[in-house]
Design a protein around this ligand. Structure first.
Ligand code: TRP
Length: 334
């Protein structure tokens, strides 16, 4: 059995921001040195909520471009879009027959996304975690880098793997492990340090987008909400200061140092000094990526060729797994 295969997915549902970078994409880049990595633009998951068709296609290419620009090597790792590899939906159907209503009823992300109008949510939104489990298990992946908010879906993936193995008396699917990363995996809004940086926040000021220019980054950091106190010299001093903690956390993550290191340098100094240092660091790290993304987006056919080649390589892994699943449950394979 493969002992170290990474799979992760990003939904193409809108412009990417700093939270996606520090919480996901940068970690995907780092994992390439230790794991065989498969990174998927999960376009089918995006469809669980209505998407403008032209925008969906564009956003799919944009996520792929962000992957590549950030440093995922499409020759070493596999980059592809989900809808191109049929095994995902084929295995997902089997999992829809393994997972229990009660399990899916407990998913907090469904409750959040469906909101008050549960009866109006698509059935795809409800069974979303079955497809996610299929994404991962169709590759017999063992490790999944995700944010905190996806931990429950990974637990469900383990439950599905276990029930499948048990129901059919096989030791086929591995139990996946989440890889949750350290500081600033949760980047918060620049306007409110208690809510997550999110593409659905109506205020553009709340987030730093991959496509922001150096000037836009500097302006957003300058206008970020803070308190009047200088920075503390120890991490404990950030308690109850969500906005300060967020900015220090972002700095630490980008500089690849600890929060304590940042405070050792900036403790006692005010935001008038810290903010320019933070925006310089953001510009230094993000602008080269967004420049490269723009160059890639200028040639969509090149991105499409990378996605097509990735899908071929992905299918070469996932199709035999699907065939084996079909065989295990008693379907006559092709
Ligand atoms: N549900 C994930 C999210 O919204 C995206 C996703 C789909 C995913 N399939 C996956 C993540 C498989 C990890 C592995 O962020």
């Amino acid at each position: 059995m493969i002992s170290n295969r990474v799979f992760s997915g990003v939904q193409p549902t809108g412009s990417l921001h700093l939270g996606n970078y520090l919480g996901a994409i940068r970690n995907f880049v780092d994992l390439q040195s230790d794991y065989e990595c498969i990174y998927c633009v999960v376009d089918l998951h995006a469809l669980t909520q209505w998407q403008d068709p032209a925008e969906l296609a564009n956003n799919t290419r944009e996520v792929a471009a962000a992957f590549i620009a950030a440093g995922i090597d499409p020759e070493t790792s596999i980059i592809f879009n989900q809808s191109r590899v049929a095994a995902h939906t084929q295995v997902a159907w089997i999992f829809s027959c393994v997972a229990r209503m009660g399990w899916l009823n407990r998913m907090t992300q469904f409750k959040e996304k469906a909101g008050k109008h549960r009866e109006n949510a698509s059935t795809g939104l409800f069974t979303y975690p079955n497809l996610m489990a299929a994404d991962i298990l169709a590759y017999l992946a063992t490790h999944v880098p995700v944010g905190e908010d996806q931990k429950q879906h990974l637990e469900l993936t383990r439950d599905i793997a276990q029930k499948f193995n048990h129901d059919f008396g096989v030791e086929f699917f591995p139990l996946v492990e989440p890889l949750i990363f350290g500081e600033a995996t949760r980047v918060m809004s620049l306007r409110d340090g208690s809510s997550k940086m999110s593409k659905s926040d109506p205020s553009e000021q709340s987030r730093i987008n991959f496509t922001d220019s150096a000037d836009e980054i500097a302006r957003k950091v300058r206008r970020a909400t803070t308190d009047p106190e200088p920075l503390p010299s120890e991490p404990a001093g950030l308690a109850g200061r969500n906005e300060a903690a967020n900015l220090v956390g972002i700095y630490a993550a980008l500089a690849r140092v600890t929060v304590a290191d940042v405070l050792a340098e900036f403790g006692g100094r005010g935001f008038a000094e810290f903010k320019p240092a933070l925006s310089d660091l953001l510009v230094e790290k993000l602008v080269p990526i967004s420049d490269q993304m723009r160059r890639l987006m200028d040639d969509p056919s090149h991105i499409d060729a990378i996605l097509a080649q990735g899908a071929d390589r992905a299918a070469a892994v996932a199709d035999p797994v699907r065939d084996r699943v079909y065989e295990i449950v008693g379907l006559i394979p092709a």
